[in-house]
Design a protein around this ligand. Structure first.
Ligand code: CP
Length: 322
């Protein structure tokens, strides 16, 4: 009897979670609960096992990239194509009427008429939230300035779970630009739901913002700060490397001072934990030496592949198909 009641409550919660995600924009990783992340990861696992399904037949997705992208744009487009959907959009604002002075609001109100869902990357923090307030269709934030990159966060969680067999109780090092790195902000927040111990490695100028640290402190989790990468490496299960992003600096001299702060080499991986994996949202410049690429710890190109399955899961969940 008790087992029946527990199963019934689980089923109702599961159905409610599906309903809550349907037609809802994904702007910040905080928009989803931990249960909702896990549901996306489980659906992504199904897609990894069986990616060629015609679930998006008859759907049109707009892909609006006002800022450069390789992985996010092309993995979304690959996910949509493999599921039989159609894509409209642009890959730079230079090829859109933004070039003629059109506002973001007018662009969204127009594109909104042509599609079922909009995937959008924009250089301004808050632009995706604004777009979701004016659009009639759901918006997926594919990165808004230095603020958030929630779909990258979900594929990072997927990659961590896949390589470690769990998300709970891990030691995770974030290395590089923790101040402007939107992927770092989203992942650091999401991991606060999994009893993570944080190892924050950055130049003093590029420390994790206090608004993000707030999530770590709120859950009473431990974080250690370092300026030296070698000090953090022996303690961790995941090393999340990031690029120092020239485009986020208003002062070029400041960028020059910090640009080569960290380079992960094969030699540095000699005495690490046996289960350690190196992740990077990519693109890299020189922060991971190419001699790391064929080590057992390198996972960043598979991580980019995982983006296809996670984005399939997101699109079909938000459109209410899965
Ligand atoms: N990880 C990521 O956002 O890469 P792109 O800028 O190439 O999309």
């Amino acid at each position: 009897m008790l087992v029946g009641v527990v199963f019934f409550v689980f089923l109702i919660n599961f159905i409610n979670a599906i309903d809550r995600m349907k037609n809802r924009s994904l702007i910040s990783i905080n928009d989803y609960t931990t249960e909702e992340y896990l549901r996306i990861l489980d659906t992504a696992e199904d897609f990894e096992a069986n990616p060629r399904q015609s679930l998006l037949n008859g759907y049109v997705i707009a892909s609006l990239f006002f800022e450069p992208s390789t992985r996010t744009r092309l993995s979304f487009e690959s996910a949509i194509s493999q599921l039989g959907g159609k894509i409209v959009g642009f890959s730079s604002s230079a090829s859109s009427s933004v070039q003629k002075g059109e506002s973001l609001k007018d662009t969204i109100l127009t594109v909104n008429n042509y599609c079922d869902l909009i995937v959008m990357r924009h250089p301004l923090e808050g632009s995706a939230r604004y777009a979701s307030e004016v659009a009639d269709v759901p918006i997926i934030n594919a990165g808004d300035g230095s603020n958030q990159h929630p779909t990258q966060c979900l594929l990072d969680l997927y990659s961590i779970r896949k390589t470690q067999g769990k998300l709970d109780n891990l030691n995770v090092a974030f290395v590089g630009d923790l101040k402007y790195g939107r992927t770092v902000h989203s992942l650091a927040i999401a991991l606060s739901g999994f009893n993570t111990t944080y190892h924050l490695v950055s130049p003093v100028e590029l420390k994790l913002p206090s608004a993000v640290k707030h999530y770590i402190k709120e859950k009473d989790l431990t974080y250690h700060q370092y300026t030296d990468l070698e000090e953090a490496l022996p303690h961790v299960d995941i090393v999340y490397m990031t690029r120092i992003q020239r485009e986020r600096f208003s002062d070029p001299m400041e960028y020059e001072r910090v640009k080569n702060s960290y380079v992960l080499t094969r030699n540095l991986l000699k005495d690490v934990k046996q289960n350690l994996k190196v992740l990077h949202p990519l693109p890299r410049v020189n922060e991971i030496s190419e001699d790391v690429d064929d080590t057992p710890q390198a996972y960043y190109f598979t991580q980019a592949l995982n983006g296809v399955y996670v984005r399939m899961a997101l699109l079909t969940t938000i459109l209410g198909i899965k």
